[in-house]
Design a protein around this ligand. Sequence first.
Ligand code: ATR
Length: 278
Amino acid sequence: MVRACVIGWPVEHSRSPLIHRYWLKQYGIDGAYEKEAVRPEDFAAFVGALAEHRYVGANVTLPHKEAALRLARSADEAAIAIGAANTLWLDAEGTLHASNTDAYGFMTNLDAEAPQWNEGLGAAMVLGAGGAARAILYGLIKVTDAKLLLANRTRARAEALAHVFGPRVEVIDWEKRNDALATCGLLVNTTSLGMTGQAPLDIDLAALPQDAVVADIVYTPLLTPLLVAAAKRGNPTVDGLGMLLHQAVPGFERWFGVRPEVTPALRAHVVASLAEAD
Ligand code: ATR
């Protein structure tokens, strides 16, 4: 039996088992996907003993993503550029490899849900300056020529992030985010604002062109206050669940040898579990 897992601390909230177990069943694969709660101080030892734990690979979630990149012998371009890894695997020689599939997940979902997003795009605005913002900026830079505006409550964090990517990313003051929307054809929220239990994102969409795509990486709730406000004024919206589903694809293929499909049935399966958890 081929086994993989998700490693986090805490890990209980992870939806990855739901996705990978669905695919294992769907494709009739003799495999397993477990949750492993590993403390930060134990992470290196756990990953070093991945084979002894009978795992061929793992997803890595908070707070281990940077450590996962450091521990791997090789890493793909995305993981290096993003400075963090979310997918690990051992090759036949037992060498540990790392990848980051967050940008892939976001971009693939954006292409699927709003295929027109890059047509005539002048500028895009990314809100937030954490790991998710870094992954999304990396993904956007690769495929669009649009100007990338970055706004974060703490400007210094936005500047540090912009510095990683060079002149393509322009930092704007958090206070100026509403006005700057006038030039944007894409708005992406990468902050945790709008998540169940958190304050909603404080933004006024009045200046945003009506055909601009509005994407949120938050998926609990599926329709965040931002997406509700965007949909109400007619903007196309992209929710955060699609990114979660698509980022899982490359890892599953690595570990289990089948490239799985993100289908409406998988989405419905995960949506049902989100509804149960509420
Ligand atoms: P991740 O790495 O998962 O993206 P993070 O590093 O905790 O998570 O980032 C959370 C983001 O939400 C940050 O950009 C944070 O802004 P700060 O850098 O100023 O902390 C943003 N954020 C959290 N609460 C906020 C609030 N009340 N108003 C504005 N931005 C907020």
